[in-house]
Structures are given as structure tokens and as C-alpha cells.
Design a protein around this ligand. Structure first.
Ligand code: SF4
Length: 415
């Protein structure tokens, strides 16, 4: 039996796409094996969001070629879309599959000869209008459901629009049909994901709010999380609706990027710190004990110690449940890459450490504030040394002695 191993570097969106490729290979009679094992075909879904992620992809391809020099390595994802020539030169690479050709990845990977005699299937991103529907089905507990792709925002530091193209989405009907497929597999929780998830509707004239309402009616799915959403796209109307009692949980991951208005402007972000603080206050006024995860970039070109201090103080006042911290990574062909005042790596490291310390304080304060409350937990099916764990609706991880009857079920507990 032919074997395939698939690896994902990067985001939940890529994870959903890799899982969809894996389903196609299994349908085609392939046995899926772990990436650490010898396989006939390796699929690597790469990431380009930072130089570190790109390097990890190159190293993984080299490692897989050493693992089985006879294997075909098929490389897709953002780094492959942006650097097809460099990827094709790596030993063992059978094909480079760009955004436009993801729906044909299986056929390209399994063809007897290189399809059309080609190894590179990458169109310029501007020409990439296709949408590759995807959801993950590797896990019995939750599934990542792709609802949108691409982005029209073009923030100064971001390479994603260059790799994934313009904002586009399938119809609500298509997404609902996929949610029903997920429900039929017995999965209880769905995380909706995209590049700019809240921008859903751009290519169909539908709205993100209508999508949420349609998904809420899908039988069998008991909880939804929104993977990440821009503050200007999380409308008060949606917040009111979610807080009025739906399957959408009180857990939001919202990119801030900087707590300094001058830097926000340089980044090309679409809000001010005042708008952001107001949005957070509004969410909290409607949902107490809501989990707020916030993204921040440190060391953006031109960020002074004072600017960083402004970000630190702003976050301290917001007191989120968690802070996702990213040192600025210079990405080719982005406006920020040529901006003056590039910050030294050692300065970025110091700023990351300062925010990590703040994050630890905020996170444990959030957990403490929930101690003794009642919560509903979706327990995962994994037995870890006789214990099982899961998340409450407001994203608190809890554990208890393993009980098979509770795996994959929503259970009310005292935290
Ligand atoms: S909104 Fe997000 S994905 Fe889009 S350009 Fe900005 S950072 Fe990148």
C-alpha cells in the first residue's frame, strides 16, 4: 500500500488545508503515516509569516529527503507560493503547488510522470482567484473550518496577501454543508478560520454576521470559536448577538499589533488605540469572564522605547487573558522592510521578555478569577497518564481523572 505523510507549518488555516489533502490521499487508497516515518510521498504545507518559519520549511524538506531519498516531496503553502524556484531546487522536491493549484495537489503528487512535464504549479498571486474549501478532521473533539482566504488590508509588515491573494470566500450554503459533514463525524466544536475571517462575504456579497447565524443552526455542532478577527470587523451587533446566548463562545482572539497610535498608523492598521479599548470594554460589558487573546508585534521599524512603553502600559490597562507576542520579522516586498529605524534583534528580545512577563501575570489572574466558577468543558479523548483535559467555553484548560465516557462530550464542572 502506498504511504503518505503530511506536515503543516503555520496557521490553523493551513492545518485545515493539510487535513483536506490527507482525506483525498486516503480516498485514493494511500495509508497516512507520521512525518517521522518513511513514506512514498511527503506533503509539506509551508509558512512565510516570518523568516524563522520559512527556514523551518526548508530544513524539514531536507530532513524528509534524507529520511527517504526515493520519496516524492510535494511542497505547498505560503513559502512555496512566494519562492517556487528556490523550493524546486531543493533535493527530492517532485512538485511545488501554489495557491491556484491546491485543488489538484493529489493529482499532481500521484501522477505517473510530472503532470504536463512540469514541477512548478504556481501562478502569480494576482491571478489566483480559486478558493480551496477545507476543514480538518484529524481530531475527534474539534475541527478547523476554513471560511475565507486572502486579504485586502495590506498591513505594512505582512506578507500574507502576497502569498494568499485577495480576500475571497465560498457561499454560506457551501460552508454550512461542510459544517454538516463535520457534525456527521461526531465532532462537537468548530473553530472557524481564515486569513481575515471577519472579511467573509467579499466575493459573494453575503455578510459575516449571516454566516455566523447560519452556522449556529447546524445540528450536531455544539460550540463555535472564531479563530481570529480584526477589531473593526467584530461589530457590536455581532457581540450583542453572541452574548444573547448562541453556540459561539465568549472567546476572542483580536490583533492589536501596537499600543501606540503613531506605530499603528505606520503599520497601516485600521483603528486607533481608543477604538480598540472601546471595543474591548464593549465586549466585557456584554460578556463577563470573556477570554481575550491579543496579538502584538514588538520592534516594528521606528518603534522607540517610549512607543514600546506605551504598548506595555496600554496592555497592562486592558489586562487581557493572554498576549500573543511576535518580534517583528522583516519580510521581502513589504513596505516595512525598507522603512528607516529597523530595531536591533537584542532590543526586540528584551521587549518580548517584558511582554512575556506581563502575559504570565495577566493569564494567571484570568485563571484565578475563574477559580470556583462553573463551566462547560469539552473533554478531549486523550488519556495522559490517567488524566484527561479540555477547554471551557471561555478557553480555560482543565483536567480530571480519565473517564472514557466523558471523552468528546460537553460536561459541566466546577473550575
Ligand atoms: S489584516 Fe492580517 S492578514 Fe491582512 S494584511 Fe493585515 S496582518 Fe496581514
Amino acid at each position: 500500500m502506498k504511504t503518505v505523510a503530511l506536515d503543516t507549518l503555520g496557521c490553523k488555516l493551513s492545518f485545515a488545508e493539510t487535513s483536506t489533502f490527507a482525506r483525498r490521499f486516503r480516498e485514493g487508497g494511500y495509508l497516512q503515516v507520521p512525518g517521522s516515518e518513511k513514506a512514498d510521498i511527503y506533503v509539506v504545507n509551508t509558512c512565510a509569516v516570518t523568516e524563522h518559519a520559512a527556514k523551518k520549511g526548508r530544513n524539514l524538506i531536507r530532513k524528509l529527503h534524507r529520511l527517504n531519498p526515493d520519496a516524492r516531496i510535494v511542497v505547498t503553502g505560503c513559502y512555496a507560493q512566494l519562492n517556487p524556484g528556490a523550493v524546486a531546487e531543493l533535493e527530492g522536491v517532485w512538485a511545488v503547488v501554489g495557491s491556484q493549484y491546491k485543488p489538484q495537489l493529489y493529482e499532481i503528487a500521484t501522477a505517473a510522470e510530472p503532470l504536463d512535464g512540469r514541477r512548478i504549479f504556481v501562478e502569480p498571486i494576482a491571478a489566483s482567484t480559486s478558493y480551496f474549501p477545507a476543514y480538518s478532521s484529524a481530531d475527534r473533539t474539534r475541527s478547523f473550518l476554513k471560511v475565507q482566504d486572502g486579504c485586502d488590508y495590506h498591513c505594512a509588515y505582512c506578507t500574507v496577501p502576497l502569498a494568499r491573494g485577495d480576500s475571497r470566500n465560498p457561499s454560506i450554503e457551501t460552508v454550512v454543508a461542510q459544517a454538516r459533514e463535520i457534525a456527521a463525524e461526531g465532532v462537537k466544536e468548530v473553530v472557524i478560520t481564515g486569513v481575515n475571517t471577519g472579511d467573509f462575504g467579499k466575493s459573494t456579497g453575503e455578510s459575516f454576521f449571516d454566516l455566523l447565524k447560519a452556522l449556529n443552526d447546524v445540528e450536531g455542532i455544539e460550540r463555535y470559536r472564531i479563530s481570529s478577527i480584526e477589531p473593526n470587523l467584530l461589530t457590536n451587533e455581532i457581540i450583542d448577538w453572541i452574548s444573547a446566548g448562541t453556540k459561539f463562545v465568549p472567546h476572542f482572539h483580536i490583533p492589536l499589533q501596537s499600543g501606540c497610535d503613531r506605530i499603528l498608523q505606520q503599520m497601516g492598521r485600521r483603528y486607533t488605540t481608543a477604538f480598540f479599548a472601546e471595543k474591548i470594554a464593549y465586549i466585557r460589558s456584554r460578556m463577563d469572564h470573556v477570554f481575550l487573546g491579543i496579538d502584538v508585534i514588538v520592534g516594528f521599524p521606528g518603534e522607540t522605547d517610549e512607543d514600546f512603553q506605551a504598548t506595555y502600559s496600554f496592555l497592562e490597562r486592558l489586562n487581557p487573558a493572554f498576549i500573543h507576542i511576535f518580534p517583528y520579522s522583516r519580510r521581502a516586498d513589504t513596505p516595512a522592510a525598507v522603512m528607516k529605524g529597523q530595531v536591533q534583534e537584542c532590543v526586540k528580545t528584551k521587549r518580548v521578555e517584558a511582554l512575556e512577563e506581563l502575559c504570565r501575570r495577566c493569564h494567571s489572574a484570568f485563571y484565578e478569577a475563574n477559580r470556583g466558577r462553573r463551566g462547560t468543558v469539552l473533554f478531549e479523548s486523550t488519556d495522559r497518564n490517567g488524566m484527561m483535559s479540555g477547554y471551557t467555553s471561555n478557553y480555560i484548560r482543565v483536567e480530571r481523572p480519565y473517564d472514557e465516557t466523558q471523552a468528546g462530550r460537553l460536561v459541566e464542572v466546577e473550575i
